[in-house]
Design a protein around this ligand. Structure first.
Ligand code: 5GP
Ligand code: MN
Length: 343
């Protein structure tokens, strides 16, 4: 990391009595939550006043992370969040590259007058006062580990910080499955272990706390909903709101489902299309060098990484399913074009 970044960060936080707000992306996942938890703990150790706010909610399965239960939802406490933003000197955007991923908080953060610092690993970050972005990183948590170590030193990374950072690395790589071929990622994990990471505890929290209804929802999706396109190597799982209710859905219950169809040899792309109350959410995953972020960005108001991307569409669910079908040929055509033009 450039020394310039650590200098700038120290300078931005240097004012006596500086006030900080941290914001993750909408529907925070393990990486966003791990980064928010770790950064708040570090701010605490530095004696810096800090608030963590989400546009919606952190899911229950991530509430074991230190500081996450103390976060405040804008949906629940809009006036308090507005005031904190007005008072804050520094706003950290974690694990997202644009304020467009901040849900109902976006209009407020767009007008925000203080300094904005982004720490993120998605391609094409928006311009902010200090942009710490590296798309080669497995996760924001891996990048944040480097930021913390180089700016304030290893002594700021204790067991609870290490646990949160490792949770982000593990969840964003599907348990070190994808996006995790750089040796540096494993050096960071080794360092986290040396600093007190309780890996067994984190695995238990993340992967061994399933409810039976979650397992049955997954089973139902794979048995009754998963379909593979007749002409293209694409698996699709459409999920209705009614099914979610039937299986007592809680936030996080669908985490990881979209990866499962990639275990089939001939499936190269997997898409989950989920009906929500106010819109339809799409999740894309792919194998090898297939850029599903191009599909999400061009047709589904979204974006993301090469192998893991997402987007959304207005209701109804059927329109999103149809649009996916209608654009599948286009997507594979684009891949072929790219292949031949690079020869
Ligand atoms: P997921 O499928 O797990 O929700 O998201 C996978 C990745 O796609 C995330 O890392 C996120 O960066 C990206 N992503 C998901 N939804 C959206 C969206 O609505 N807009 C954009 N720009 N990216 C998204
Ligand atoms: Mn991430």
């Amino acid at each position: 990391m450039e020394t310039n970044i650590t200098e700038r960060l120290k300078e931005i936080l240097g004012k006596q009595g500086v006030k900080v707000v941290i914001i993750p992306h909408i529907s925070p996942d393990g990486d966003a939550s791990g980064a928010c938890s770790a950064l708040w703990q570090v701010m605490d150790k530095l004696g810096i006043s800090c608030h963590l706010m989400t546009c919606d909610y952190f899911p229950d399965y991530l509430k074991w992370m230190k500081c996450i239960p103390d976060s405040v939802s804008y949906q629940q406490h809009p006036i308090r969040c507005k005031r904190w933003l007005e008072e804050a000197d520094v706003l950290f955007m974690l694990d997202h590259n644009t304020m467009a991923r901040e849900g109902d908080l976006e209009p407020l953060t767009r007008e925000y007058k203080g300094k904005v610092v982004m720490i993120d690993h998605h391609p094409d970050p928006d311009a902010v006062d200090l942009c710490i972005s590296d798309p080669s990183m497995s996760s924001t948590c891996e990048l944040l580990f480097n930021v913390i170590r180089e700016t304030w030193g290893e002594k700021f990374i204790d067991r609870n910080v290490a646990n949160s950072l490792y949770a982000g690395i593990s969840t964003d790589t599907g348990g070190l499955n994808h996006n995790s071929s750089r040796p540096e990622t494993y050096r960071v994990i080794a360092d986290l272990l040396a600093l007190g990471l309780d890996k067994n505890y984190v695995h238990e929290q993340l992967y061994q706390k399933n409810s039976l209804s979650r397992l049955r929802l997954t089973g139902n999706c794979l048995l009754n909903k998963l379909a593979v396109d007749e002409n293209f190597p694409v698996a699709v799982i459409p999920i209705t709101l009614q099914e979610l209710e039937e299986f007592h859905y809680k936030d996080g219950d669908l985490e990881g489902l979209v990866n499962i169809p990639l275990s089939v040899e001939d499936v190269l792309v997997s898409v989950q299309i989920t009906e929500r109350k106010d819109r339809v959410k799409l999740s894309f995953r792919s194998k090898g060098d297939i850029p599903v972020n191009l599909w999400a960005k061009t047709h589904f108001n979204g974006g993301g990484h090469l192998n893991a991307a997402g987007g959304h569409m207005p209701l109804p669910l059927e329109d999103a399913i149809q649009k996916l079908k209608d654009t599948t040929g286009w997507f594979f055509g684009e891949l072929l074009k790219a292949k031949y033009s690079s020869r």
